[in-house]
Design a protein around this ligand. Structure first.
Ligand code: GDP
Length: 211
């Protein structure tokens, strides 16, 4: 069973002032619009519509919090950040979200790590690099999911993974990468292991790990 199995929608925030108190542990998911972020969240949570797989990229301009154990107090969250890089977003909205995202990533004390979702066919775009520049100043870990790996041959996928790992290690600290496919359910255990370690770092046991 997935550690994310019981994740349920908790709250949406449009402004930093709407965020819940920063006294739990949260893991944020960021990525370019259409990179496969909603699909990855749904795959990890084994849930078809936990994060609504948007048919209109760039329209989900909210920070969505998903709670793991709503019944036992809300202290652990997955946080779905708005997708970035959608060309048709008006400039004022883009500027608002850049400010919100950069401040959330750099100032949020309860944020334990960032999952950066990138299409394995177009990894490390300039905006992905911008996210890494912002977040890596905090010293907290980043795990990149190279999504839609089913669209690459095994050889292409492995070469992409090696190239991304090399570039990450040359430019930013504390970054890891893996291949991921929501379609083929590939890379789920690897991602859960890393995210679970971040979430439960100060606890003796990771509950309900994959069996
Ligand atoms: P988001 O905008 O980053 O949340 O991206 P979505 O999760 O909405 O996915 C964007 C598009 O990519 C949708 O048409 C998905 O069906 C497709 N997609 C997402 N993940 C995968 C995957 O692992 N493999 C394939 N082949 N397509 C995927």
């Amino acid at each position: 069973m997935s550690i994310f199995q019981n994740a349920a929608f908790y709250i949406s925030a449009h402004h930093l002032s709407d965020l819940p108190p920063a006294n739990g542990t949260e893991i944020a998911f960021a990525g370019r619009s259409n990179a496969g972020k909603s699909s990855a969240l749904n795959t990890l949570a084994n849930h078809n519509r936990l994060a609504f797989v948007s048919k209109q990229p760039g329209r989900t301009q909210l920070i969505n919090f998903f709670s793991f154990n709503p019944d036992k107090g809300n202290d652990k969250f997955l946080v779905d950040l708005p997708g970035y890089g959608y060309a048709k977003v008006p400039e004022a909205m883009r500027a608002h979200w850049q400010m919100v995202l950069s401040r959330y990533l750099t100032e949020r004390n309860s944020l334990a790590g960032l999952v950066l979702v990138m299409d394995s066919r177009h990894p490390l775009t300039p905006l992905d690099r911008q996210m890494l520049d912002w977040f890596c100043t905090t010293g907290k870990p980043v795990h990149t999911l190279l999504t839609k790996s089913d669209k690459l041959s095994r050889n292409e996928a492995n070469q992409t993974l090696m190239r991304v790992r090399k570039e990450l290690s040359e430019n930013w600290k504390n970054c890891t990468a893996q291949l991921f496919s929501s379609l083929k359910k590939q890379g789920v255990e690897e991602a859960e292991k890393i995210i679970g370690q971040w979430l439960f770092a100060n606890e003796n046991q990771i509950p309900n790990t994959v069996t």
